[in-house]
Design a protein around this ligand. Structure first.
Ligand SMILES: [Zn+2]
Length: 235
């Protein structure tokens, strides 16, 4: 691990100390009541749509021998879940990532997904420097701590900036992320079962592109898990 990433991880560890957990609701700042969970009060919990286990989206990409990328998400991207992500990304409330990872871990414990390596979707370096942290890396870090699975923070990198996705059509999104990712040490991926982590799943184009790079490096299996996902209209 290079010096820069050590500095970054330490900084992220320091940010965690800013907020003492377990005192007030992470969403509304009200008092935590008896039915609360994940540091969220009963009222706010009701406004979070937890997605049932066994429901996933399948990325379009498959390997030559038919292995694909299943994409799981813990909650729907609406209501209080949307507020949580906003507060994490744009208000720098990094302590939220710890409880969000707990929600993801509980979702995963109901699934039979084998993974022995966790990899967060990387941000382009300039973007990370501006924000100071990568929210996907924080979620991956805590999921790693909670599951005891190794996290590779610096292997998968984003080699160029991509345009803001929500301004693009579905086809353009695919084009936008094409060849945007690269592995620094592809030899470390061979034979591994990987869980890709991100905060939100929209079209799945970003995850698909990451998964493709991982399969091409010899990954045994690639699955993805995001905290939230944008729901289709019929859902
Ligand atoms: Zn609340």
């Amino acid at each position: 691990m290079g010096l820069m990433s050590e500095v970054r991880l330490t900084w992220e560890a320091l940010l965690d100390l800013v907020y003492p957990p377990g005192l007030s609701c992470m969403v509304c700042k009200g008092k935590l009541d008896k039915g609360s969970a994940y540091g969220i009060c009963t009222v706010c919990l009701k406004e979070i749509s937890f997605i049932e286990n066994k429901r996933w989206l399948q990325a379009a990409y498959t390997t030559g021998d038919g292995r694909g990328i299943r994409m799981f998400s813990a909650v729907a991207y609406r209501g209080e879940a949307k507020k949580l992500i906003y507060a994490l990304k744009y208000k720098h409330n990094t302590y939220l990532s710890r409880e969000m990872a707990e929600i993801m871990k509980d979702f995963l414990s109901g699934e039979t997904i084998d993974f022995d390596l966790i990899i967060p979707v990387p941000l382009y370096n300039k973007k990370k420097r501006r924000r100071g942290f990568n929210q996907a890396a924080l979620l991956a870090k805590y999921l790693g701590i909670k599951t005891g699975v190794e996290v590779a923070h610096t292997n998968l990198i984003r080699t160029r900036n991509t345009r803001i996705m929500h301004q693009l059509s579905r086809l353009d999104r695919r084009e936008n992320v094409r060849a945007a990712f690269r592995l620094k040490k592809p030899e470390n991926i061979s034979g591994r079962s990987i869980l890709i982590i991100d905060d939100i799943l929209t079209t799945g184009a970003t995850i698909e592109e990451c998964g493709k790079v991982l399969y091409e490096a010899g990954a045994e299996a690639v699955t993805a898990m995001t905290f939230a996902r944008g729901m289709l209209e019929k859902e």
